[in-house]
Design a protein around this ligand. Structure first.
Ligand code: NAD
Ligand code: AKB
Length: 301
């Protein structure tokens, strides 16, 4: 018998691709995709509804939960109380159902766990003092992974770049929006400065990292298992623009920084992922130009 998988927040940027990847790996019918929103192939499940999570997990014999439901940094800072509720209380509800039913849990962390005191190349183990409430919820998630009494794992995803679903309310959304604007209008007005450099990753690498982490035997994972650093490619917006101009030489970008600049400035420029490489063989495949080429192929294909 293969795993029976529940995905929460399945209609989001990651869920849109992870559900298909899990079905390819484990078979059609192995995945129950859920979201608080209505969508094709998706059941309604609000992660604030502890009883509904519990009864779905036990009724369906769920063995693994990929918990993607969350508010991201920009939306979260506009409504910090709601961000805490969904990201922390929602996770606690999922953990309670997992504990009662013997499930393993994947709960993503983020580069947002780091704060301004972090070195510009973020080490795996360093004080975590995020300035955003979103980042604080991710620190709690990593701590719960170590103490909740379930097999719970996470990755500190960088900003994720993909073309199949829109990015959802984050600070790194510019790295997705820029492609749509470039193709539709030949111009993008970016909400962070040209020299803003952040860790990013093409979605294929993020999905592969997720699947790879979940097959590692628990005893081989160390103290980073709640949130492994994984690097993809780090770049400034200016470098992203230059890479896009290889496809669209007349593309232009203007810069009008807003409040998201502050969140971006509080995060590191690069990620040191030696622990993930050493413990479970993490290795990214997409550099900046490879990612940009894949985005154009996907959007124009
Ligand atoms: P997203 O915003 O695109 O999707 C989140 C989904 O959660 C949405 O479909 C939304 O409808 C759903 N949701 C919101 N409230 C809910 C609730 N109460 N119950 C059930 N569903 C609810 O986010 P994403 O980019 O797919 O991110 C998924 C996870 O990965 C999050 O934990 C996020 O913090 C993390 N992450 C994402 C990125 C990124 O760049 N996309 C980077 C780092 C970490
Ligand atoms: C965001 O910008 O909020 C996310 C993240 C890096 O966690 N993309």
């Amino acid at each position: 018998m293969g795993p029976r998988i529940l995905v929460t927040g399945a209609l989001g940027q990651i869920g849109t691709e992870l559900v298909g990847a899990l079905e390819n790996k484990h078979g059609q019918g192995s995945v129950i995709a859920t979201d608080v929103r209505d969508g094709t192939g998706c059941q309604i499940l609000d992660v604030m509804d502890a009883e509904s999570i519990h009864s779905l997990v036990s009724r369906e014999g769920v063995t693994e939960i990929y918990h993607l439901a969350a508010l991201l940094s920009a939306t979260g800072e506009r409504n910090p109380e709601l961000c805490w509720k969904i990201n922390v209380e929602g996770l606690e509800n999922v953990i309670a159902a997992a504990r009662a039913n013997g499930c393993r849990v994947f709960a993503p962390s983020s580069i947002a766990v780091f704060g301004p005191d972090c070195p510009s190349i973020a080490p795996q183990f360093t004080p975590l003092n995020p300035t955003t409430v979103y980042g604080k919820t991710k620190v709690v998630s990593e701590q719960l992974a170590m103490t909740a009494g379930v097999d719970m794992r996470g990755l500190r995803y960088p900003g994720l770049v993909s073309y199949k679903a829109p990015a959802g309310g984050g600070t790194t959304d510019y790295a997705v929006e820029i492609f749509h604007a470039a193709l539709a209008e030949g111009h993008y007005t970016c909400f962070v400065r040209e020299d803003t450099r952040l860790p990013m990753m093409y979605m294929d690498d993020a999905i592969r990292a997720t699947l790879e982490l979940m097959v590692v035997p628990a005893e081989e994972l160390g103290g980073a298992r709640g949130g492994y650093n994984i690097s993809g490619c780090s770049f400034t917006v200016g470098q992203l623009v230059e890479s896009i101009q290889r496809h669209l030489p007349n593309f232009t970008c203007a810069y009008e920084p807003d409040v998201r600049q502050k969140y971006a400035d509080s995060w590191p420029n690069d990620i040191d992922d030696d622990v993930a490489r050493g413990e479970w063989g993490w290795n990214p495949e997409f550099d900046l130009d490879g990612m940009v080429d894949a985005m154009f192929a996907g959007l124009q294909g």
